[in-house]
Design a protein around this ligand. Sequence first.
Ligand code: FAD
Length: 252
Amino acid sequence: MTERVVVLGCGPAGLIAAERAEREGQGVAIMARKMKSVMPGAQYLHEFIPGVTRQEPTGYVCLKKRGTRPGYASKVYGDAEHPVSWDNYSEGYVPAWSLGDAYERLWNKWEDKIIDVQLDRSMIQTLAGEKGVLILSTIPAPILCRGGCKFNSAEVYFSGRPQPRVPDNTIVYNGDPLDLWYRTSVIFGHGATEWAREPGHVPVQMGRKPTHTDCECQPRRVVRLGRFGSWDKNFLVHHAWERTASALHEMQ
Ligand SMILES: Cc1cc2nc3c(=O)[nH]c(=O)nc-3n(C[C@H](O)[C@H](O)[C@H](O)COP(=O)(O)OP(=O)(O)OC[C@H]3O[C@@H](n4cnc5c(N)ncnc54)[C@H](O)[C@@H]3O)c2cc1C
């Protein structure tokens, strides 16, 4: 029986999980290094979340593809057969909700309740041993690992500038081997370009995309959510909403 939910992490996935757990009638605590997450690139919520986003989409984003799917996979992962988000989307318009606005709203609501702490596995294990506690963890999965598991990832280099002549609310997936960049976008006025290797001619930031893990050794009553929490590159921020509800129902 779950009596209390502890959310680890205060990025967008963590705060969406906290909001959903509260909506389900749970007492919620949030523990995290208390810093507002910076969301790299042009990001958006793919679905409406009641009470978190407005019902109407903020806008419609036009998805375009250039070159081929194997060309795209080779550029991103160095392997033409690798699973890629190219497969998840068709060209055309999709509804999009502002992630920045939703996160701002949630941050303003939850900020005072975030306990500022640097977590490690033994702290989480102690917490998970408390009766009636369910932990929803969005902190990077390796922190919960006993050791010895695989956490594969790919490098991503991004800049806050789109490629020239990309109109607002557009994402271009680029499988053309003649260009080094593989994705560029402008969403609600924020631009981004991504490369798998350092382009050299523009200032970029380096990050990592989780690609695979075999780790299942998180303590009992800990559910991993979020892109880095679940170590799943297909985890989108809005998935935290439904997965929190499922985790709560499974633990009853
Ligand atoms: C270029 C790019 C574009 C993306 N576009 C989208 C998109 O359009 N839509 C989408 O849904 N997703 C997108 N994603 C994926 C992902 O959902 C986002 O990166 C999202 O911002 C991640 O949010 P999060 O809350 O899961 O993680 P984070 O924002 O990284 O939050 C992690 C939290 O854990 C805390 N933490 C970490 N370690 C510790 C510790 N030891 N102790 C205490 N606290 C700790 C941090 O302080 C932070 O609060 C994109 C990712 C990238 C890289």
